[in-house]
Design a protein around this ligand. Structure first.
Ligand SMILES: Cc1cc2nc3c(=O)[nH]c(=O)nc-3n(C[C@H](O)[C@H](O)[C@H](O)COP(=O)(O)O)c2cc1C
Length: 209
């Protein structure tokens, strides 16, 4: 499979074919690509809510400024960013490393100290911005994996975050919606699929040094 060809073929879908659903096993492979994303310090300061039920998807429609993708997509992923990574979260992370790699917690002390000092240096606003950046890495990987699976997507920021958070029952002290990704299969009526890609030429995008 030529991944560049797949990336050429992908585009941000405006209207999906409402009759076509992404099969569970394909969805799970795309989810796995999201899970395998790299994150700063490995802390994965996000969650991915997979909206699979039509009922929940329909509830979310009013939260989007232009909801044509939400009314027609097969699944909607909502990537949430964590609002503060406290001691408990970091403790759990270290127990997880220790269990997974069979390393005593004491041997991880130096890493723990470096994480604590990094976290303590960030204001709550910078922490949230840091968490959101990690969420966007997940978004990129999900989109790439979907393209390789011939699943169409549209990344979406055009929503009222507080409205989504309320519908999904997110605790504002702990997390907020960062970005969303609609998945499905393009509608034959979506003329955006015929448009040429608009990208900066290489000399404006890349600099060799
Ligand atoms: C983070 C992000 C948010 C976006 N939000 C929206 C959106 O809310 N609605 C929409 O129709 N497209 C949205 N897009 C799609 C972009 O407009 C699109 O990626 C860009 O124009 C390039 O076109 P292409 O993805 O079709 O190649 C978003 C893209 C990104 C990466």
């Amino acid at each position: 499979m030529d991944y560049l060809e797949q990336l050429q073929k992908r585009y941000s879908v405006k209207k999906f074919d409402g009759e076509k659903k992404v099969q569970q096993e394909i969805l799970e492979r795309i989810m796995e690509a999201g899970k395998l994303s790299a994150s700063s310090l490995g802390l994965q300061p996000y969650e991915i809510i997979v909206v699979a039920s039509d009922e929940m998807r329909e509830k979310l429609i009013p939260a989007f400024y232009n909801p044509s993708q939400i009314t027609t997509c097969s699944h909607l992923m909502v990537i949430t960013a964590k609002n503060g990574i406290g001691d408990e979260y970091i403790n759990n992370y270290f127990s997880h490393i220790s269990d997974t790699r069979q390393i005593p917690l004491d041997n991880l002390e130096l890493f723990r100290k470096s994480i604590d000092s990094h976290m303590n240096r960030l204001s709550p606003e910078s922490l949230m911005s840091w968490a959101e950046k990690q969420g966007y890495i997940v978004l990129g990987n999900l989109m790439f994996a979907a393209a390789l699976e011939n699943v169409d997507t549209c990344p979406m920021e055009g929503f009222r975050q507080e409205v989504i958070d309320e519908i999904l029952n997110l605790d504002p002290k702990k997390e907020k919606t960062c970005v969303t990704l609609a998945l499905g299969y393009r509608s034959a009526e979506d003329h955006f699929q015929n448009l040429k890609k608009v990208r900066k030429p290489n000399d404006k995008l890349f600099k060799f040094m």
